[in-house]
Design a protein around this ligand. Structure first.
Ligand code: NOJ
Length: 579
């Protein structure tokens, strides 16, 4: 059955009354950029040790320029004992030998700029590694010392301080507190770690900490970076008194819950956990904004803040704070047209109220890849991952089909989009990793109850039939690659019409040609509730998210996530038509 276009079918219920929706204005590159996330340890390995590195990245940058992205963001490559894949930084201003040297970084940056790619690095300000000299000094110093005041040390409760200072539970499972041992072997104070025990939280009430981090920003800006992705940008300040808190059962691990459906753009804020989204974070970002302003050109701070609702998240991107915030409400939305329409509307509206562009993102190194997530048959809390025993494991073909349609929809939206390495190859989550290969602290801290994030972090395939699929010169790969990834490798998709790689390339080139990132969308009536239809300048975009095929208007097909025949748009398909 095909649903026909009718004069009488109205605009979808959630479409706004005045349907032309524009994003904040301005000409800065980051307003409309497509930013490609490189997860360095899994991108390209130059020395064959099984861990990707900076020279590996440099050697593969041409393929990203060829893909058509505007910028790259690199997850951490700084000195680190790697207990949380580098999000445990032991020196903010040096490169870990695993990834190379500062000279390798400079060479990578120079090559990226030569190719016209902006470069964003990760800043991890909420916590350091326990190997950081600041933390070592804090442990060695007495209670109440300036060194201890750089972190969140507290006395324990109970007669002998044997009870943790409060009931907070770590994002990775287990308590958020660890007890120290004094030099004389007696039990000492406790320190706070929102994440792993190896990631002690800094005390952002301390001006010394603030000053140090301004120096870190300047170090990388002086080297020429175009901006920072700011890790846990909602976590730096904790509620005074550190009151007990128990999150709702359906809260995702990273944010205490970002629900896909907003309660409504006018609703009050939901309760705020005492360790997330405290008002005090904003003055920190104002001071960072000023540092970026000291440098010529447009630089960007992008907040990794799992905050809801979007109207609250918009506070992170007020004109004197950050420039962008990841839109995790969009990422968390299910494959459902009314839900997606609503989150698109709310995003553009909420960010627009503060003059910021919306961002869009479907995958990253913390979530189940969208080629698997969109076909999951069961709920999956953010951070849980999926493994062989997870309920509702996805159908690979259906997941890929939806992922292609979802990406074609996302890349037509005005604003800035983030693409995670490997999604342009259609990579699914690696579900069947052997238990002994898993490395995410979540897996260990929950005794295997939560699989964690390794499945989206497996080194990506470049060349079919080669050892480690061309990830490196040897078979070594820090997480084992599935045996059936030849078909996903970049070389087997290059130049192949209809491949996922070519779909991304076409979408990115049309997006640039028609300036869709700087555009405005107008919802189109007449397609029914299960279909998303809008125009963005010269392009009409239609996504069929329902269960029956849809008739298309007579127009030139510019792009289709699946082949379109006889003006029929199949289920789980997106097309771009010429207006
Ligand atoms: C968010 C990062 O994306 C994640 O990978 C990391 O584990 C936590 N922050 C802690 O830094």
């Amino acid at each position: 059955m095909t649903v026909e276009l009718t004069e009488t079918s109205g605009a979808p219920e959630s479409a706004p009354q005045s349907s032309l929706i524009a994003i904040g204005s301005g000409t800065e590159w980051w307003r409309s950029a497509v930013i490609y996330q490189i997860y360095p340890r899994s991108f390209a390995d130059s020395d064959g040790d099984g861990i990707g590195d900076l020279p590996g990245i440099t050697s593969r940058l041409d393929s990203l320029a060829d893909l058509g992205v505007d910028a790259i963001w690199l997850s951490p490559f700084f000195t680190s004992p790697q207990h949380d894949a580098g999000y445990d930084v032991a020196n903010y201003v040096d490169v870990d030998p695993l990834f190379g040297t500062l000279a390798d970084f400079d060479a990578m940056l120079a090559r990226a700029h030569e190719l016209g790619l902006k470069v964003i690095v990760d800043l991890v300000p909420n916590h350091t590694s326990w190997d950081h000299e600041w933390f070592k000094a804090a442990l060695a110093a007495p209670e109440g010392s300036p060194e201890r005041d750089r972190y969140m040390f507290r006395d324990g409760l109970g007669e002998n301080g044997e009870i943790a200072p409060n009931n907070w539970q770590s994002v990775f499972g287990g308590p958020m507190w660890e007890r120290t041992t004094n030099a004389d072997g007696t039990p000492g104070q406790w320190y706070l770690h929102i994440f792993d025990v190896s990631q002690p939280d800094l005390n952002w009430e301390n001006p010394w900490v603030r000053e140090q981090m301004l120096g870190v920003l300047r170090f990388w800006l002086d080297r020429g970076v175009d901006g920072f992705r700011v890790d846990v940008a909602h976590g730096l300040i904790k509620e005074a008194g550190l009151p007990d808190y128990t999150p709702p059962a359906d809260a995702g691990s990273m944010g205490g819950g970002v629900s896909p459906l907003e309660p409504g753009i006018d609703s009050d804020d939901p309760p705020t956990p005492p360790y997330w989204a405290q008002d005090g974070v904003h003055e920190i970002y104002r001071s960072w904004h000023e540092v970026l302003d000291e440098y010529e050109g447009d630089r960007v701070l992008c907040a990794e803040a799992w905050v809801e609702p979007l109207t609250k998240l918009a506070r992170w991107v007020r004109p004197d704070e950050m420039q962008q915030a990841f839109n995790f409400t969009y990422l968390s939305a299910s494959w459902n047209a009314p839900e997606l329409r609503k989150v698109i509307d709310t995003s553009i509206y909420a960010f627009g109220t503060v003059g910021a562009p919306s961002t869009w993102v479907l995958s990253n190194h913390d979530v189940v890849r969208h080629a698997s997530r969109l076909a999951l048959g069961a709920d999956n809390l953010q951070g849980d991952g999926i493994g062989p025993k997870s309920p509702g494991l996805p159908d690979t073909a259906l997941g890929l089909r939806r992922a292609r349609a979802a990406t074609a929809l996302m890349l037509a939206l005005p604003g800035s989009s983030y693409v995670y390495q490997g999604e342009e190859l259609g990579l699914p989550e690696a579900i069947h990793l052997p238990d002994e290969a898993r490395q995410d602290p979540t897996w260990f801290r929950t005794n295997g109850k939560r699989y964690g994030r390794d499945g989206c972090r497996v080194p990506i395939p470049w060349e079919a039939g080669k050892p480690s699929y061309g990830f490196g010169p040897t078979t070594a790969s820090w997480l084992p690659q599935p045996g059936d990834w030849d078909e996903y490798s970049r070389d087997s998709q290059t130049g192949v019409p209809g491949s996922t790689l070519e779909l991304y390339k076409l979408a990115l080139s049309l997006r640039a040609e028609h300036r869709l990132g700087m555009g405005a969308i107008e919802w189109l009536p007449g397609y029914g509730d299960d279909v998303i239809a809008f125009s963005n300048g010269a392009v009409t975009v239609i996504s069929n998210i329902g269960s029956v095929p849809v008739e298309l208007p007579a127009a030139e097909v510019l792009l289709a996530s699946e082949a379109v025949t006889e003006r029929v748009l199949a289920v789980d398909t997106t097309v771009w038509l010429a207006n």
